[in-house]
Design a protein around this ligand. Structure first.
Ligand code: SF4
Length: 477
């Protein structure tokens, strides 16, 4: 069968979709990706392909695009939504004209959903985590599988050429993401993972890891065809277990020899894991700070990590010659500007090389949404929200100072801008004065990835810059 996959742009490249596409190819389907931003005649290109079925990336904060994409399909083409909105937005099927939605990870359930819709004897009620319309248009949903899909060396390799073949500028970009594992032991109140774990019954181990051999095979398979000069391992938690890391540190530099960055948590950065990461070729380690106010981090954001654990991890990362990247979130419900500035101060104290910063977003069913509703805040309407509408919705009163602080965050951390100066700048009446800082922010992003300016600009010319992407998660598109 011919399956079209629809996404908005190159910045939304999803490892989860590439893995699911590998499973579909192995079952004999023909799969072709269409990125709307890269196609001069998006509708005509899809129609020419004559798909039997379409898979549409349905990420949270993208309802407008999801509806639009489904409407563009040739008449009568069944469509399956996948991704964070398909998983967490209970109204997404009603809000679009799509045929069905797959909830959660796709590796096992997407091929089954495709068969259920396309084969004569297909039984949608047997597909786990499936929301679908019956012939009368009524919506049904099935229970999730008892645990997320397991990794196995026998699974087909991810179909990375899903992106690289039709859009070679993506293949030629020398920085590429891979995944060695999925899942996390933490339960941060603003993250998708606790909800995902709960929906899978919370019983089976949530943290899964590919074998070292499999990781090396996946990397080398891409490198045989495309340049791979820097890697980002986009796991939730890269360093949870020492035996795996010992084997990886021994083999990866010898058999692949590619510098990489990764994300992990402060708790996992022991003296020996820091040493092993450096030995394996790690350049940059990302850890979550979220809030610089310890009590807010622990009590509100549900992240029981003390300041001294973060300081210890930062010190180990730097002492072993790696760079420190941090994840930060401001404009949380109830947060004052002074508390948000404390997050900046904490990063300055740590000497963060690459600070990443987000405004809190009210994920459906999450702590941020609940706390915002309790405070009577007006939340964005998912039916009219577009990417450019990103705001400090979750603070009471004027959100502008937080939005300015977000723009200033990277430069203020890296150049240690004195706090009174930052405070004064957050009071400037217009946000747009700070818009040119996107250039600096994009520069910092390209620095941590290790990509040179020419490659970064060449990629950004097509993809629109590294900061522009939907709210996907590495495990679900
Ligand atoms: S935010 Fe990071 S540390 Fe927290 S639950 Fe999610 S993946 Fe784990």
């Amino acid at each position: 069968m011919r399956i079209a996959i629809l996404q908005a742009g190159a910045a939304d490249e999803s490892l989860a979709l590439a893995a699911a596409a590998g499973e579909l190819l192995a079952r004999g389907h023909t799969v072709r990706l269409f990125l709307e931003a890269q196609e001069k005649r998006f509708v005509q290109s899809i129609a020419r392909f004559q798909p039997d079925l379409a898979i549409v990336q349905a990420a949270l904060m993208s309802r407008v695009w999801i509806k639009h994409a489904v409407e563009l399909l040739p008449a009568g083409t069944p469509s399956i939504l996948v991704g964070t909105a398909a998983t967490f937005d209970e109204e997404i099927l009603e809000a679009s004209d799509a045929t069905a939605a797959v909830q959660g990870e796709l590796d096992d359930s997407l091929p089954r959903a495709v068969e259920a819709l396309l084969s004569k004897d297909g039984d949608p009620s047997a597909v786990p985590g499936f929301v679908y319309r019956d012939d009368a248009g009524r919506i049904h949903s099935t229970p999730w599988a008892d645990g997320p899909p397991e990794f196995s060396d026998d699974r087909p390799l991810p179909h990375r050429d899903l992106y690289f073949d039709p859009y070679p500028f993506m293949g030629r970009f020398p920085w590429k993401r891979f995944q060695t594992g999925r899942g996390c032991v933490h339960s941060c109140g603003f993250c998708y993972l606790p909800g995902l774990r709960e929906s899978y019954g919370g019983l089976k181990p949530n943290v899964r890891r590919k074998s070292v051999q499999r990781v090396i095979d996946e990397v080398l398979a891409v490198r045989r065809k495309w340049p791979v000069e820097n890697i980002h391992f986009a796991d939730d938690l890269f360093a949870p277990g020492k035996p795996w890391l010992e084997e990886f540190a021994e083999r990866f530099p010898r058999e692949a020899g590619i510098p990489f960055s990764c994300n992990t948590s402060s708790e996992t950065v022991t003296e020996s894991t820091a040493q092993l990461l450096a030995k394996a070729g790690c350049r940059v380690v990302g850890i979550g700070i979220e809030s610089g106010v310890e009590t807010n981090r622990m009590d509100q954001l549900g992240r029981p990590t003390r300041d001294n654990a973060i300081e210890r991890a930062a010190d180990r990362i730097k002492r072993h010659g790696m760079r420190l990247l941090t994840f930060n979130m401001i404009a949380n419900p109830g947060e004052t500007l002074e508390e948000a500035l404390e997050t900046l101060r904490f990063n300055q104290r740590l000497g963060t090389d690459y600070p990443r910063i987000n405004l809190a977003y009210p994920l459906p069913g999450g702590w941020v949404e609940q706390a915002s509703i309790e405070r009577g805040l007006e939340l964005p309407d998912p039916d009219s929200f577009a990417r450019a509408d990103y705001r400090a919705w979750c603070v009471e009163g004027d959100g502008k100072p937080f939005e300015i602080l977000m723009r200033l965050f990277r430069v203020s951390t890296r150049l240690n801008v004195p706090m009174p100066v930052v405070q004064a700048l957050t009071k400037v009446p217009s946000r747009s004065l700070f818009a040119p800082l996107w250039l600096y922010n994009a520069y910092v992003e390209s620095r941590w990835s290790g990509v040179g300016p020419v490659d970064a600009l060449r990629y950004a010319r097509h993809a629109g810059g590294p900061l522009r992407r939907v709210t996907y998660h590495e495990s679900i598109p």
